[in-house]
Design a binder for this molecule. Structure first.
Ligand SMILES: N[C@@H](CCC(=O)N[C@@H](CS)C(=O)NCC(=O)O)C(=O)O
Length: 203
């Protein structure tokens, strides 16, 4: 059976849990509390030298870190990853966008405010996160003009990767009321078969 090292409030971990649920693949969940430093112990660093969840352990013992790489691996040969060469590259385009332009602002603002309670203390640093986060949301809003999903008009891992932190962006004080296409897309993603909530660990 697959094993997933994870922390339930994590959007990066949630991406993997959501796809596993939609694929109907059972897995063993091993929870690590990142707030207690449980991903920085020598034991965990032997599993992922980068000291972060999620990590997927395959049946044969091989380990894979980085949420979007795990999505790409699990989605191969399923309806969640296109076969067409160009569309696969478009999926990668959005996965890289998510990791470089979206997650570092939107996820981090949420983490600082919602998980660490640093809203007041880090207000100045948050300003930059909000500015960059809104730039990323504006890119998504423009792309969704006339489109139902991010790639090939079919729900897939590009949607999963972007949904994970966008649907909880308000916990990082991002107001989504000015993004009607994103809000409609969030509803479409939540309506997909096998959808689970972010803190759901077992299905
Ligand atoms: N790029 C990585 C980011 C992983 C990441 O930042 N994980 C966080 C939780 S969302 C973590 O494990 N933090 C614990 C730490 O840094 O000690 C991914 O997409 O998987």
């Amino acid at each position: 059976m697959l094993t997933l090292y994870d922390y339930l409030p994590s959007g990066n971990g949630y991406k993997v849990r959501l796809l596993l649920s939609q694929l109907g693949r059972p897995f063993e969940l091993v929870e690590k509390d990142i707030l207690k430093g449980e991903t920085r112990t020598p034991e965990f660093l032997a599993i992922n030298p980068n000291g972060r969840i999620p990590v997927l352990v395959l049946e044969d013992g091989r380990r894979l870190a980085e949420s979007d790489a795990i999505l790409f691996y699990l989605a191969e040969g399923t309806p969640y990853l296109p076969e067409d060469r160009f569309e696969r590259a478009e999926v990668l385009q959005w996965l890289f966008f998510e990791q470089y332009s979206h997650e570092p602002s939107i996820a981090v603002a949420r983490f600082w405010i919602h998980s660490l309670g640093k809203r007041t203390e880090w207000a100045a640093r948050l300003e930059e996160k909000w500015q960059r986060g809104h730039q990323a949301l504006a890119v998504m809003e423009r792309h969704l003009d006339g489109r139902r999903f991010f790639v090939g008009e079919r729900y897939g891992i590009a949607d999963i990767a972007l949904y994970a932190y966008t649907h909880v962006a308000e916990e990082g004080e991002f107001d989504l009321s000015g993004y009607p296409r994103i809000r409609a897309w969030l509803d479409r993603v939540a309506d997909q078969p096998g959808h689970v909530m972010i803190t759901q660990g077992v299905f």
